[in-house]
Design a protein around this ligand. Structure first.
Ligand code: AHG
Ligand code: MN
Ligand code: MN
Ligand code: MN
Length: 335
């Protein structure tokens, strides 16, 4: 049972029993993530002071202009996990291919793979708006002791063993699940410790916030246009409030606490939407379901999609259960 003001370290030890027969590897992995998160937090916090804002000068495999902090966060997470030989492989939004981590004996003995969006919301870095990190963990499917393979990464989201996000906001939080509910920890920067500040997080079943980049309105599918009109209609508890930060982690975090829906649909310029299934949609969908919410591509459960490539994208509708169901109804009606 989560106890308020417990530290993350205490929480991890106390909840190890959630994994009967576990060797403690997953706990060590979460420990390494909290360490990397502190390092990235430190860098993000001084972004206005040192030469770390702005473009890095290269494009990533997604076709996006990389920011210096994208590259830095990617490096810090990979370094921390590689040094601790805690996973057998890492895939990242910022890397073209997955990285094999063979361990110092070259024995490929670790059983988990990590997939991540090292810095979510890069366009907000230069303007001092919250950004985040998202991570997703699976057990490998190929035999331990052999080099990690693509199939270890291309698993449907329902096979995740853990997922989480870090939000570098007005305070820094780490929110994660291992399939036994969702817990949020806040960093006390003076002590460098994470405290359980949000035990057992739950989405309100319904909400009044909708989050979508309405600048793309004319290109949206009819179902999304209809749902937006529904949100804006003067009836019952509507019109709803529109909130869109442009850092998915921050938009999701707010909606999970207050009740709301986040949407990044497909549209003419982006036929599968923009968000990456493996680094963004799946981990957030796992957390969302564990918090009693719903995550869909407009028609089917995100966690049941079987991926066929690392950087695959998916339309994303995520949030309070009733709101996502409503949006799905509009999508179905005009399909
Ligand atoms: P990233 O910074 O990791 O590339 O992700 C940005 C994502 C997501 O955080 C956000 O919700 C969305 O892109 C914003 O996109 P638009 O600017 O197209 O609305
Ligand atoms: Mn990006
Ligand atoms: Mn992102
Ligand atoms: Mn990113």
């Amino acid at each position: 049972m989560p106890k308020p003001n417990q530290t993350l370290g205490e929480f991890i030890i106390e909840n190890q029993a959630d994994f009967p027969g576990s060797s403690g590897e997953l706990s060590r992995l979460i420990n390494s993530i909290r360490l990397a998160a502190k390092v990235v937090n430190h860098e993000v916090n001084k972004a206005g002071l040192v030469d770390i804002i702005g473009a890095y000068g290269e494009r990533n495999v997604q076709g996006e202009e990389q920011q210096k902090l994208d590259v830095m966060a990617n490096k810090k997470f990979i370094q921390t996990l590689t040094n601790r030989e805690i996973v057998c492989g890492i895939a990242s939004e910022e890397e073209d291919d997955f990285i094999r981590i063979e361990g110092h004996n070259g024995d490929d003995k670790n059983k988990y793979v990590l997939l991540m969006d090292p810095l979510d919301g890069s366009s907000n870095i230069d303007v001092n708006v919250s950004v985040g990190t998202i991570f997703s963990i699976y057990q490998r499917v190929t035999p331990i002791g052999t080099p990690v393979q693509m199939e270890d990464f291309l698993q449907p989201g329902n096979k995740q063993v853990a997922a989480g996000y870090i939000i570098y906001g007005t305070s820094t939080m780490l929110v994660y699940t291992t399939g036994h509910g969702v817990n949020g920890f806040t960093l006390n920067p003076a002590l460098g410790s994470w405290y359980l500040s949000h035990p057992n997080m739950k989405y309100p079943e319904n909400g009044r916030i909708y989050s979508i980049n309405e600048g793309n309105y004319v290109h949206f599918p009819q179902g999304v246009k209809d749902y937006i009109k529904y949100c804006q209609e003067e009836k019952d508890d509507r019109p709803y409030t529109s909130r869109y930060i442009g850092s998915m982690v921050s938009d999701i975090h707010r909606n999970m606490i207050k009740g709301g829906i986040f949407m990044y649909p497909q549209f003419s310029k982006a036929p599968s939407g923009k968000l990456r299934l493996l680094y963004e949609c799946n981990p957030i969908a796992f957390i969302t379901e564990q918090a009693g919410g719903k995550a869909s591509d407009g028609f089917q459960r995100i966690l049941d999609i079987v991926p066929n490539e690392l950087h695959q994208r998916s339309p994303f509708f995520c949030g309070s259960k009733k709101m996502v169901e409503k949006a799905e109804n509009f999508m179905r009606k005009s399909a």
